[in-house]
Design a protein around this ligand. Sequence first.
Ligand code: C2E
Ligand code: MG
Ligand code: MG
Length: 632
Amino acid sequence: MNILAQYCGVVLMIVILFFHSTQKKVHLYSERAFMGIWRVTFASLLLDIMSMALLTYHHAFPDIVVETGCKAYVASLVWVAIFCVNYVCADIYKAQYQLYQKKLFLCGALFTVGVYILPIYMRTESTSKTYTYGPSTYLTYFLALLVLLVLGWLLYRYRDSTSARLRRVMGAWMGVWLLGAVIEFVSIQFWDDALLLVGYASAVGTFIIYLRLENPEANLDWKTGFFNQNAFLLYTGQQLFQKREFYLLCMSCSLGTSENTSSGTDEIVFKEMTRFISKISGTKVFRITENEIVFLFFDKEEEERVYRQLRSRFKKPWGKGRMHIIRPKWFSLTDTGIVNRAEDLLELFQYMLQKSIGSGEDNDYSVIDGSIIRELNQEKEVEQLLLKAMKQDWIEVFFQPIYSTEKGQFVSAEALTRIHDASGNIIPPNMFIEVAEQTGLIVKLGEMVFEKVCRFIQRENPARYGIEYIEVNLSLIQCGFDHLAEGFINIMKKYDIDPNYINLEITETASLNEKRTLLTNMKALREFGVSFSLDDFGTGHSNLNYIVEMPVDIVKFDRDMIQSYFHSEKAKYVMDAAMHMIQGMQLQIVSEGIETKEQYRVMEKLGISYIQGYYFSKPLPEREFLEFISNG
Ligand code: C2E
Ligand code: MG
Ligand code: MG
């Protein structure tokens, strides 16, 4: 009997079972469906060995026993293919796959009846060439091929909703199985020794599925042993699909990046924290990103209990000598009905994190509800609009004139960006600048705006109306971009703009890194001839020290500060003091947001050199701006 291949197959299957059963699993449909493949493939291998034994020792058994045994084996081949289709269905139809499973198994039962009804013939005269043939065997091959075709069709039909990896792996499974079948068929026809490889090929196919799709390790975070992002997406996707209620608690804190965990203390803290979390019962733990851990519950009370447990532990220090205090941020999502896809959950947590960092609030616990989803969706809409506006060139620059109290005329203007939508509605910057900053689009947008300003200066030469320079806003993100100066200098050269004609407005940054890059950019641009203003002075983000450190020529008093000057005695003193100090440093001041004649008079009396505000004009589109300054 030539059944070495079958023995190898059995060993391979046992190895798969060993590893599969000893690893931590998430409990996905596909895991269950994979075990189906394993069972049927293993049974098929055993039946193969049994049928070969029956054929070899056929004298010792009644014909009906030998025949039934051989038919059981050939029928099992069809079942292997059917279970593979079932596996793919579990991926495509998720919870509903059980519905299809019933139909599939019914087909399998009908096929089996067909295989049993038809006669089977046996070649037994030479022990090196024992095999079955005849209508029952041919029907089996035909049916198995048919099921494989269905499998191929499913993978093709659902190519958009299934992963490329699933398609590749199942394609490989089919390839291996067909190769085994072809070698078996050819060897029976033409060689002295029959190579009965189909059973072994199925085992190899199962091994490939295990390695590439079902290895539970693929769902684990190797560093913590918690489930990883992939497992989170699959598992929550499954729960959402089933409309099963569940609760999520996300803990966000620096769990140590790969660089700083190499230092001894951090590694100890990290391990201690991991050990503590892994001991918590009643929850599934996922490490969805480097610094975020999500706890999943099916019971609200459990969630509250675990939150209390975690919170009280995090109040105490960690590490050797108890030196490290870690303050995580917590995000709780109790109504998972507000999302449709597992990916939305990830996005929500990212969004919350970004928001909490951006707001700088002390609050470390937030509940994610419908309003957050609406906010996020609105931001996504703005992002889409912004992308479209950048592509279609729906970007416009408005100019707001700036008046010199000394010269009694308009000497400058601030460039302020607007975008418009398909129907021409103008969208103000407070609607899109923040989104542009969060998505990083601001760098490209900022360059486009700057190019538009330069083109305008080249084409219209506003100097002929007494405009001495144009102010352009820079976002902090742009300031922290290494190639800012280089890009801006190139644009100025392209349009042959005198750099003295450009003044860039910066705002204060708390980040040291950003400040360093900003200073390098400023140095290069100043050497080229560009000057700088400090915008938004008096908004709470500004301190006097910043003016000392930053090489700026102009300080712009924010509208809020000006407004409070008129409403509060204390604010008056603060602004007076600030003004004297700034003037003492030989810097110019622009007062923004001057709306009335009275306000203008007060500013003029105070000795503020430049005034900007609705009192003179709102920001105007190019044409109107030119008309305005040519008359002013
Ligand atoms: P900002 O740089 O402080 O610009 C001044 C804002 O105050 C402008 O709003 C202007 O229209 C408004 N303003 C001026 N005078 C008055 C007044 O008398 N009363 C009132 N109520 N408001 C007045 P805008 O154009 O909506 O711009 C808002 C902010 O958007 C700007 O504040 C700036 O930070 C940002 N921004 C605008 N364009 C750009 C850009 O191209 N790049 C970047 N990074 N930011 C920009
Ligand atoms: Mg500004
Ligand atoms: Mg301002």
